[in-house]
Write a protein that binds this ligand. Structure first.
Ligand code: ADP
Length: 316
């Protein structure tokens, strides 16, 4: 689902309407051969891997046959200065990051009407794709992915970076199904640990109540809340506050109104309830998540079997 853009609810509606005109999928293809003007390296464009709000992502290879993901944003699809800022923000934040659970940034450059971001290719697609195939995951699988998400967040938060758009479609996997957090377009680097951010952004089903409320500002706790939405969605098969009516989603979020299916596992329910706490201060820290019975229950897999795409993971 589309991301909210900075500037509040009306701006969001306008941005959506605008995107329907300039859908990246409707734009002419970028060149078949793309050259990084600074290094002279030539990239050959192959199949489209996916499209986002403004960007198209392609598999590309260099002359040695090495594969990458190239995120291409057409300049015509970001006519407003603040959308260009989003592209620039993503470059500035992402280039600082090096972690096994973060999609690796490999470079960026501009060329004839396009902004390019070169990334590690994630062969395993995203948790959104996995869930669409599987409908829901079991506790063993969910614990594995939450464990790796927490590792990524420990790193990002230690760098004072709040991701602010955690959702299944932004959680990629490599060949070994190792989780890789991606899409830093809405990430914020805080000047200091107590700074509060005020810009409304994120994806509605995943957005924390304090971001919608706006008055108090928000910080690292929005990512903790995101972990809760992701965990619920993986185990239940749909987001907690989902509704066809966007106003109802907002209301559900603000009133913390959601339900667990009957016979939902007790430890999982307890952790999700804490993560989705209305009061950001009352949510668990990353260390608290790690220490929770749901996470410390054996076993946490160190590698997810490929069969997860077809059948529930069973522990031998
Ligand atoms: P946006 O910021 O416009 O939402 P994303 O970064 O989320 O764009 O990328 C859009 C889509 O492209 C993703 O949903 C995914 O299908 C694909 N994609 C993005 N990055 C990668 C990557 N590193 N490896 C493989 N596929 C990717």
């Amino acid at each position: 689902s589309p991301a909210l853009l900075p500037g509040g609810h009306d701006a969001h509606a306008r941005a959506r309407a605008k995107r329907d005109v300039d859908k990246p999928a409707n734009l002419p293809d970028p060149p078949a051969v793309i050259v990084d003007p600074a290094s002279g390296v030539v990239y050959h464009r192959h199949e489209l891997l996916g499209t986002g709000g403004f960007a198209r992502v392609y598999r590309v290879t260099n002359d040695h046959g090495d594969e990458f993901a190239l995120k291409v944003t057409a300049a015509v699809s970001v006519p407003r200065p603040k959308d260009v800022l989003k592209v620039q923000n993503e470059r500035v934040v992402h280039r600082k990051l090096h972690h096994p659970n973060v999609v690796q940034y490999l470079g960026h450059f501009d060329g004839e009407g396009h902004y390019y971001l070169l990334l590690e290719l994630c062969h395993g697609r995203s948790l959104y794709d996995l869930l669409r195939r599987r409908k829901q995951l079991n506790e063993i699988e969910t614990r594995h992915f939450i464990d790796q998400l927490v590792l990524a967040l420990e790193y990002l938060h230690s760098m004072r970076i709040v991701h602010r758009d955690l959702k299944l479609a932004n959680l990629f996997m490599d060949r070994n199904l190792r989780l890789k957090v991606g899409d830093f377009g809405l990430a914020a680097e805080l000047a200091n640990p107590i700074q509060r951010k005020r810009t409304v952004c994120g994806t509605l089903n995943y957005i924390a109540p304090e971001v919608l409320e706006d008055a108090k500002g928000h910080s690292f706790e929005v990512d903790i809340y995101g972990v809760g939405v992701i965990m619920y969605t993986l185990l239940v098969g749909r987001p907690p506050f989902a509704s066809p009516d966007r106003n109802v989603i907002r209301e559900n979020i603000m009133k913390n109104r959601y339900q667990f299916p009957p016979d939902f596992p007790k430890d999982a329910q307890d952790l999700i309830t804490q993560l989705l706490h209305l009061d950001p201060e009352s949510r668990p820290s990353l260390a608290d998540i790690r220490a929770h019975p749901f996470m410390s229950m054996t076993p946490v897999l160190n590698r997810m079997p490929e069969t997860v795409w077809a059948t529930p993971t069973v522990v031998p």
